[in-house]
Design a protein around this ligand. Structure first.
Ligand SMILES: *Cc1c(COP(=O)(O)O)cnc(C)c1O
Length: 426
């Protein structure tokens, strides 16, 4: 699609355009394989000479339609679905950074991504420097090394809710000849389109707001097509020198702006196989159809809950970028003028023990690991997702020991607030 459409229209109609007499609704192509008339036709697909489907591990029409919708929502040039957000971030990095490579990474990020980078990818020989995203540019520049291949951050960090200064990070990355990869899970393209601010590649855990119903684990990678791999050819040999496993194809030469996603599909997905099932992609697509409506409601409700908490004297602190005195209010206003996300965090007077008592008395809000879906949910990271971390490590990753992560759903705000009130008064 080359014409510019508004995001609500893309949510409903993006990715799949039925032709005369075809199904109005995106069909689930529940087939592992695809038939060809001649051996030669099949051979040409394997040589990447022709485009076409041959095996669902590489590509599937249902998945491609959903990836194309997310691609259009982000304003990118190419996209692929993955089995999870973890797989998306792994592929996004590993596609351009191999053994001996280094990544500059914002420190406050999702715990699962932190473990992936800091433990598992280190075992594969990658190196990471974690930086304070609020540090001045001169300070952040010191983190770069000759072997740095990318900068990674989250638009809004989970669970610490740090809003990234995207332009600052894009400038830093580009002045060091590397792309900026942003995990845009919490903001979604409805509230923030990072490519418009200079990011090069965007990743998603579609498990969260995109699916929105807590039904399917999934991920997505979108490429803006703006990063010029050939201009920094020596840094990215995987894209700019022949791929022995694909008859010596040079991705950046053959595929131009599509090179990054072509390589991630033809090489990483072929070898590692973290595909999204077409059935899950179908469910994800149903979620995407209401993303623009849900994000608006999530943000309205989150602001109402945050304002209620600020006015309650049992509450020690509240973190939500929609509050005027929040550290990130101005950045959020710049990058996300229509609202940031539905997740807020707060602490109660009395600390950790009171937080647990409060959570146990909630009725409408459920204690679940999940976040960012239609139902209000709550989590105490220090006791749950970040349980293995020491108090020191907790504070380093931006998670105070008393922090309650409250994912405000799209129920009626008055009922969510009434539930909080009764649990606070217990
Ligand atoms: C949940 C999450 C992930 C991991 O996604 P999964 O789909 O759970 O694998 C990555 N990044 C962010 C910001 C997340 O919230």
């Amino acid at each position: 699609m080359s014409e510019q459409r508004n995001l609500g229209t893309v949510c409903i109609q993006g990715g799949y355009q039925p032709k005369n007499g075809e199904a109005r609704i995106l069909p689930i192509c529940q087939s592992t394989t695809f038939k060809y008339e001649s051996s030669d036709a099949m051979g040409r697909l394997f040589d990447l000479e022709d485009t076409g489907y041959f095996y669902t591990r590489l590509q599937n029409p249902t998945n491609d339609a959903v990836a194309a919708k997310i691609c259009e929502l982000e304003g990118g040039t190419a996209a692929m679905l993955t089995s999870s957000g973890q797989a998306a971030n792994f592929y996004a990095i590993f596609n351009i950074c191999e053994k001996g490579g280094h990544v500059v990474c914002s420190a406050p990020i999702y715990g699962g991504t932190f473990n992936l980078f800091n433990v598992t990818l280190r075992k594969l020989g990658l190196d990471f420097t974690f930086v304070d995203p609020d540090a001045p540019e001169e300070e952040l520049a010191k983190a770069f090394q000759p072997n740095t291949k990318a900068v990674f951050a989250e638009t809004i960090s989970n669970p610490s809710l740090v809003v990234l200064d995207i332009e600052k990070f894009a400038r830093l990355a580009h002045s060091h000849g590397v792309p900026l990869i942003l995990d845009n899970t919490f903001a979604t393209p409805i509230n923030c389109r990072p490519f418009e601010w200079g990011a090069d590649i965007v990743t998603h855990s579609t498990t969260k707001y995109m699916d929105g119903h807590a039904m399917t684990v999934g991920g997505c990678i979108v490429d803006s097509g703006n990063f010029d791999w050939m201009a920094h050819a020596e840094k990215f040999p995987g894209l700019t020198t022949p791929d022995e496993s694909y008859h010596g194809i040079v991705y950046a030469e053959r595929f131009g702006k599509l090179a990054y996603i072509e390589k991630a599909t033809a090489q990483l997905m072929r070898d590692l196989g973290s595909i999204q099932s077409p059935h899950n992609a179908f469910l994800l697509n149903i979620g995407l159809e209401t993303l623009h409506l849900r994000m608006k409601k999530h943000c309205e409700n989150a602001l109402a809950v945050a304002e209620y908490l600020v006015g309650n004297d049992k509450v020690a602190w509240v973190n939500y970028s929609g509050l005027k005195d929040n550290k990130y209010y101005e950045l959020a206003k710049k990058y996300m003028p229509n609202g940031s996300c539905g997740v807020i965090s707060f602490g109660l007077k009395g600390g950790r023990d009171i937080a647990i008592k409060f959570m146990d008395h909630l009725k409408l809000a459920a204690i679940v690991t999940h976040v960012a879906d239609a139902r209000t949910s709550v989590l105490h990271p220090a006791s749950h997702t970040h349980r293995q971390l020491s108090e020191e490590q907790l504070i380093e990753s931006g998670v105070q020991p008393d922090l309650i992560r409250f994912s405000v759903g799209i129920e009626d705000a008055e009922d969510i607030i009434a539930d909080i009130e009764q649990a606070l008064n217990f």
